[in-house]
Ligand binder design. Structure first.
Ligand code: ZN
Length: 206
């Protein structure tokens, strides 16, 4: 890697879109500048989310000057990192599934863009710079309004055949038998162990 490569980082979640300029230098912890965030406006549909993401990327490029070499994106939903497409998104981001996110960002900025699922991206960061730094493998579990997960093995994300490997919120759990999951199935871990799931369980048990 060349010294001091600058990339735009964009994180697209259900609530906010965050952006920053990140300087990568061989062997050094990345330097983050120009951190900013705006509402995703997910309920307005995929086109609005895309427009907001492009707006954020352009703003960082403008602040950085001319030496930006690419865009790294993490997004909610199922992402195909080979194409940069959002292949599926649930009702939290209506119309986001089917967005050619990487290609659209490249078309709008002229820069190469690489896209990962947000939990996969989080796990990669955690494995390289965080809790997993000194380990050869690392399982990251993200507990929030849902439960996401990702497995990093020797610096590489395990993607699986459908780019959904490590999403442990949707494994079967006997305590959740019969409880409907937002994925459409029943009995998944997420239904009783994510934030809202814990509250529902608490109320149910009185
Ligand atoms: Zn499920």
């Amino acid at each position: 890697m060349a010294q001091g490569k600058k990339v735009v980082a964009i994180d697209i979640g259900g609530t906010k879109i965050a952006s920053a300029l990140v300087t990568l230098e061989e062997g050094a912890k990345p330097v983050v500048e120009f951190y900013d965030k705006i509402p995703t406006e997910a309920k307005k549909g995929g086109q609005q989310v895309l427009a907001n993401a492009i707006k954020m990327a352009r703003r960082v490029i403008e602040l950085a000057g001319e030496d930006v070499c690419g865009i790294g994106v993490s997004s909610g939903g199922v992402i195909d990192p080979r194409t940069g497409d959002v292949t599926y998104a649930n009702d939290m981001m209506p119309g986001w599934g089917g967005t050619h996110l990487g290609a659209e960002l490249t078309a709008a900025t002229g820069l190469p863009a690489r896209v990962l699922n947000d939990v996969h991206a989080h796990a990669l960061g955690e494995a390289r710079w965080g809790a997993g730094r000194d380990a050869s493998s690392c399982l990251v579990v993200a507990v929030g309004t849902g439960i996401g997960g990702a497995f990093v093995e020797r610096g590489s994300i395990m993607l699986g055949a459908h780019n959904e490997a490590g999403h442990i919120g949707h494994v079967s759990c006997t305590d959740a038998a019969g409880v409907p999951c937002q994925c459409g199935a029943t009995g998944h871990l997420e239904t009783i162990a994510c934030g809202p799931g814990i509250i529902n369980r608490y109320l149910e048990l009185g």
